[in-house]
Design a protein around this ligand. Structure first.
Ligand code: SF4
Ligand code: SF4
Ligand code: SF4
Ligand code: FES
Length: 877
């Protein structure tokens, strides 16, 4: 790009052409005040505070919207400019209510700061405050638009960053204000309560509703969100030793920029929950959990686990880690299991919700989808979203997809259920469910691949150079009959043709649900996606590749650190001759039969997050000894023989690896409550009392070991951010086994209908049990947020209009939903976007009772901890 030269305040500066005067000044350390400008938003030029003067022409210009031109001579703070700025601020103040002293924006109000900097204490004008009603019914956001200065930042953030469109200008002139459609309250609009507009508002017009008065934070500390796998950077406000406020990061580089979602913004108040565990406890002879010292708790663990190991062997002890704990903690947890107790039984809660899928993709793509920056989606030409609703589960990934679609990327959605992305999709392929529990996504994708080969629009060079198995694969997909598949899926063939036109000859970015393997056609589906990605040369290409939105914050890191039954740290295979560990369902079965006698559970509330909670409770009760290490009192902690209080993410050092493969370290923001300790510290002390020769007094010692033993994590802890290494060469196309294999495809339509059809008469409806934005997964932490609780989420069961009528549910209020595994009762409501036979049951609410409806293993899929679907019947109560 061409460089231009100009002068600002007499200083010679250079900048690329197209740079605004404001940016050129900032790049050269010259400060110009702003109110409506934000680096992540399109320049708007509303407030005029950034006025500068062109010395040659004498013109005053808003520097945020005026491009720098060669040979300009710009002045930024002459008496004339200052006078204009003062007048602008005086006019704003004349319209502003005189409530600065009680305004929750406090010392962070940008208008007040600019007024003070300019020496404006009093407007000196006749006050004309523009009073508007104070809106604060919802528990998250207070809108006091009397304080609005019409900078438009909230509206632009809503449109450009989170792409929701909940607010826009309403009325004109003096009455103009940001408002929802028909000026409805936020809670009745499409607002997602992401809070992005609140963080970006320069005044107290938008503020966070706190459940109790917290004042201006005394300090701000950076951290990483502990909820989903986007891994957003946060800046947390702290007063005393309490976290009282959360905003998007002030760091320059992050996955989320100026955005957050409602969980990151508002759900972190679980940290101050009265349910926090604060002291180690052991079960007494009277069967009560009583507080003890850490030494006594460790002594009980050592004695009991050593006894059980001696009597029943190493494999009688199972270790259940957590994809919510840090890399260091997961590494150390599997080390304790494998090295100290010599047990292969190590797994974590994320194994059933994505890790198995990630490992499969990793193997088939030679590690070339390990690093998938979300920002690259915004360069994609075509985004293919299959069976996932990232707007609900990993909202910041959803923002990237929506921004890409706004910039012109064509979006193809394959989903039987309407998602938040379908409105932006160029094509929504919506397979209607047949009589059986059946999806057609794999057949649809294979049919598209067949068409690509027939028309010669695949990437021949890529195929020839980097793949093997093209002939048999090509023959298999060419036999897929698109017409027949779409007829069976009751999708118009036009959708197929449209989708084909969009992908033809293009690189494709695939976004695939982390729960794909819990779909009945999960395995053929992921094979179909990988094959199509190879066929189109999308692996390793800009704007291509396979993204898996990780529902939990450290899903990737826990897997990389080896708390999975079939891999060692660094995704290394278990050496031949060594045993693989039990997966989650097998662990419960082994506890039921008495094969497993003891378990150490870290950071996983199995009785809330696992299917069939009563069965899981009975299995845990059969154990001779159970250690639980966690942060919040819950149903699982009640069963512990030894209960260890851990520190939450914001109270300890650690690192997480997000869904992009970005490794981010974090430091404590506040101290843990009572005697609680960081999980890595607790584990280091368990290792010590078990006689491990090495000591780990600092997290750095664990990081050194990870850096040594896990080449993918060579840079861990050296910087605040880094990326995992793609593979041993860093480039999949240069690795020794560079040929990617195209696997032949087999049709799924009808193949499994006989087995699944048997249950249909008794359970005629198909329920999708799904996460939604207010709760992360099972909701153990989000349900402790006072504000989320106050939002009155009943988690109504959604039923199609057809079934609503057929079942005569009108005015039913509560209904009973039964599956072969259990039953629940909740309120119900109609959802006009559902097809007949479809039911949606939100997770996280009502103690996550939806888990009563799903099985730990599902008949014909023995390794399928399928929490996504259940066949159900509905009764009016
Ligand atoms: S509410 Fe805040 S961000 Fe929105 S226009 Fe008014 S002052 Fe600007
Ligand atoms: S909270 Fe989020 S969705 Fe709601 S208006 Fe603000 S930016 Fe838009
Ligand atoms: S998108 Fe995920 S990581 Fe980001 S704020 Fe929301 S829950 Fe946290
Ligand atoms: S900051 Fe430039 S016009 Fe507002």
């Amino acid at each position: 790009m061409e460089s231009i030269f100009l002068k600002i305040n007499g200083q010679k500066v250079t900048c690329p052409s197209g740079t605004t005067i404001l940016e050129a000044a900032e790049q050269n350390g010259i400060k110009i005040p702003t109110l409506c400008y934000h680096p992540d938003l399109k320049p708007y030029g509303a407030c005029r505070i950034c006025l500068v003067e062109d010395q040659k022409t004498g013109r005053l210009m808003a520097s945020c919207v005026t491009p720098a031109a060669p040979d300009m001579s710009i002045l930024t703070d002459t008496p004339r400019i200052l006078n204009h700025r003062r007048n602008i601020v005086r006019l704003m103040m004349a319209e502003h209510p005189e409530s600065c002293i009680v305004c929750s924006k406090g010392n962070r109000c940008e208008l007040r700061k600019i007024a003070a900097d300019l020496g404006v204490g009093d407007s000196g004008l006749y006050p004309m405050p523009n009073y508007t009603p104070y809106e604060q019914v919802n528990p998250f956001i207070i809108r006091d638009l009397s304080k609005c200065i019409l900078c438009g930042k909230c509206i632009r953030a809503d449109h450009e960053l989170v792409v929701t469109g909940a607010i826009d200008y309403n009325h004109r002139g003096f009455s103009s204000r940001p408002a929802t459609l028909y000026e409805k309250p936020l809670e009745d609009s499409i607002c997602t309560f992401c809070g992005t507009c609140v963080s970006i508002c320069p005044t107290g017009a938008l503020s966070v509703k706190n459940t109790r008065y917290v004042g201006t934070p005394e300090k701000e500390v950076n951290s990483i969100c502990g909820f989903c796998g986007a891994g957003c950077s946060l800046t947390m406000g702290v007063s005393g030793d309490k976290i009282v406020e959360v905003n998007p990061t002030k760091r320059k580089i992050s996955v989320n920029g100026a955005t957050l979602c409602m969980r990151g913004h508002f759900a972190n108040d679980f940290i101050n929950s009265p349910d926090r565990l604060t002291r180690p406890m052991v079960r007494s002879q009277e069967e009560e959990q009583v507080p003890v010292s850490w030494e006594d708790a460790f002594a009980r663990i050592t004695t009991r686990l050593s006894e059980i190991k001696r009597k029943h062997g190493s494999e009688s002890i199972a270790f259940i880690g957590s994809s919510k704990c840090s890399n260091e903690e997961n590494y150390f947890f599997q080390k304790i299991a494998r090295e100290i107790f010599a047990s292969s039984n190590v797994v974590n809660g994320g194994y059933a919700s994505g890790q198995k899928l990630l490992l499969y993709i990793d193997d088939r793509t030679h590690g070339s989808c390990r690093v998938m920056p979300l920002a690259d989606l915004e360069n994609a030409e075509v985004i293919f979203v299959i069976n996932t609703d990232p707007e609900q589960t990993v909202p910041v990934a959803g923002y990237h997809i929506k921004r890409a679609a706004k910039k012109g990327a064509r979006l193809i959605v394959v989903d039987a259920f309407k998602t938040d992305l379908t409105a932006l999709a160029s094509v929504w392929i919506r397979p209607v469910l047949s009589e059986t529990i059946q999806y057609y996504a794999s057949d649809i994708i294979n049919a598209l691949a067949g068409e690509m080969i027939k028309s010669g629009s695949h990437d021949n060079d890529f195929i020839n150079q980097y793949t093997e198995g093209f002939e048999p694969y090509g023959a298999s997909v060419s036999s897929f009959d698109a017409q027949e598949i779409f007829k069976q899926a009751t999708v118009p063939l036009a959708a197929f043709n449209q989708a084909f036109e969009l992908i033809k000859g293009r690189k494709i970015a695939f976004v695939v649900g982390a729960d794909t393997l819990t779909y009945p056609d999960g395995n053929p589906l992921i094979d179909a996606v990988i094959n199509l990605a190879l066929l189109s040369g999308s692996i390793g290409a800009t704007g291509g590749g396979i993204y898996v939105p990780a529902i939990e914050n450290n899903l990737v890191g826990a897997m990389d650190m080896g708390t999975v039954p079939d891999r060692l740290p660094g995704r290394e295979s278990i050496p031949s001759g060594k045993k693989m560990g039990l997966d989650l369902a097998a662990f419960i079965a082994a506890a039921e039969t008495g094969v497993v006698k003891a378990a150490y559970i870290m950071g996983e509330n199995l009785l809330r997050s696992f299917p069939q909670p009563d069965r899981v409770a009975a299995a845990l009760q059969k154990l001779e000894f159970l250690v639980v290490q966690d942060i919040l009192r819950n149903r699982t902690t009640q069963l512990a023989d030894v209960l260890l209080p851990g520190a939450a993410v914001y109270e300890k050092h650690g690192s997480f690896t997000n869904m992009e493969g970005r490794i981010q370290t974090f430091e404590p923001v506040a101290p843990p409550p009572g005697e609680a300790k960081a999980d890595w510290d607790i584990l280091a002390q368990v290792a010590k009392v078990m006689g491990h020769p090495e000591q780990y007094p600092k997290i750095e010692k664990i990081r050194q070991e990870i850096r040594r033993k896990v080449p993918m994590y060579q840079g861990l802890g050296n910087h605040h951010q880094g990326w995992i290494k793609n593979n041993e060469t860093g480039n999949p196309f240069l690795s020794s086994n560079a040929k990617f294999t195209l696997l032949p495809a087999f049709p799924v339509v009808g193949a499994k209908s006989a087995a699944t059809g048997k249950r249909d008469a008794a359970y005629p409806l198909l329920a999708k049990i799904t996460s939604f934005r207010f709760h992360l997964g099972s909701g153990t932490r989000t349900s402790r947020s006072e504000r989320i609780r106050a939002y009155d989420q009943k988690g109504e069961i959604e039923i199609s209009s057809v079934d609503y009528r057929t079942l005569a549910l009108n005015g039913a209020g509560r209904i009973r939903v039964k599956s072969e595994f259990g039953e629940i009762e909740r309120e119900c409501k109609q959802n006009k976007y559902l097809s007949a036979g479809q039911v949606v049951i939100p997770m996280g609410v009502n103690h996550n009772d939806a888990m009563h409806l799903v099985g730990l293993t599902q008949g014909e899929y023995p390794d399928f901890s399928g929490q996504t679907f259940s066949r159900v019947m509905i009764e009016k109560i």
